[in-house]
Design a protein. Structure first.
Length: 237
């Protein structure tokens, strides 16, 4: 049996919730309208943020092509994260034709602004010889730049480079040091490889080698779009 007072409270609560939802929707629409106006006026930060809204379907219908269009506008004005995201678009294909050379060009632009994710990607590019001559020294250079900013995948790849002597003199102690940095941030493969170094022993590893973990994966699995230059480095495994 429902009491009249209880019913009135429920109806009142429902009305309040509905009003809040409508108010939030109106506020969101107003925010998007203001953001579009800023973006259209040439504000690079607004262009990037609008691109992320389209990419995530936040306040606007999800539209990756439209997201890429706004990323390009921001990237052309020097926004490093937009440059990175545009590089991702060209690497993955779909919104734009897949073009590794164009992806590398945009990653270089972002890396020149010390964007850690772009530095990580360029290391993979030079390690795998994707549209550039294979160059382990260059790969280590870019990975080190990202690793020194605390990027766990880059720290892992530096550790692997020292383990195998790719682009640097082989050094198991240095390998363990970089594996540990990545492992302490939750990088699972670094945790596994560091465990191997300690469990089996470095002397054993000097004569026994196994496939290099995580290096030869498709580049598209190493990268993802992100919302800001402060995004968590752990998003890339």
């Amino acid at each position: 049996m429902q009491f009249p007072g209880v019913m009135r409270v429920r109806i009142l609560c429902s009305c309040v919730i509905l009003a809040l939802m409508v108010g939030a929707a109106i506020g969101s629409a107003q925010d998007i309208a203001a953001l579009k106006k800023q973006a259209a006026s040439g504000d690079a930060k607004a262009q990037f943020e609008l691109g992320m809204d389209y990419d995530n379907g936040q306040g606007v219908p999800k539209d990756h092509a439209e997201a890429t269009r706004w990323f390009r506008k921001a990237a052309e004005q020097g926004n490093a994260t937009a440059q990175y995201n545009l590089g991702v678009a060209y690497e993955a294909g779909g919104d734009v034709p897949r073009d590794y050379a164009e992806a590398v060009r945009w990653f270089h632009k972002a890396a020149e602004q010390e964007d850690a994710f772009s530095e990580l990607y360029l290391g993979l590019v030079y390690h795998n010889g994707v549209d550039v001559p294979k160059d382990e020294v260059a790969a280590v250079k870019w990975w080190r730049k990202a690793a020194e900013q605390g990027n766990p995948p880059a720290q892992f790849h530096i550790g692997a480079a020292y383990y195998y002597g790719d682009g640097v003199p082989q050094d198991y102690a240095e390998s363990a040091r970089w594996y540990r940095k990545a492992a302490e941030q939750g990088h699972a493969t670094a945790q596994n490889d560091l465990g191997d170094l300690y469990y089996i022993g470095w002397a054993y590893h000097k004569i026994t080698h196994r496939p290099r973990s995580g290096i030869a994966r498709p580049l598209s699995k190493e990268i993802t779009r992100r919302s800001s230059t402060l995004a968590s480095c752990t998003t890339m495994a």
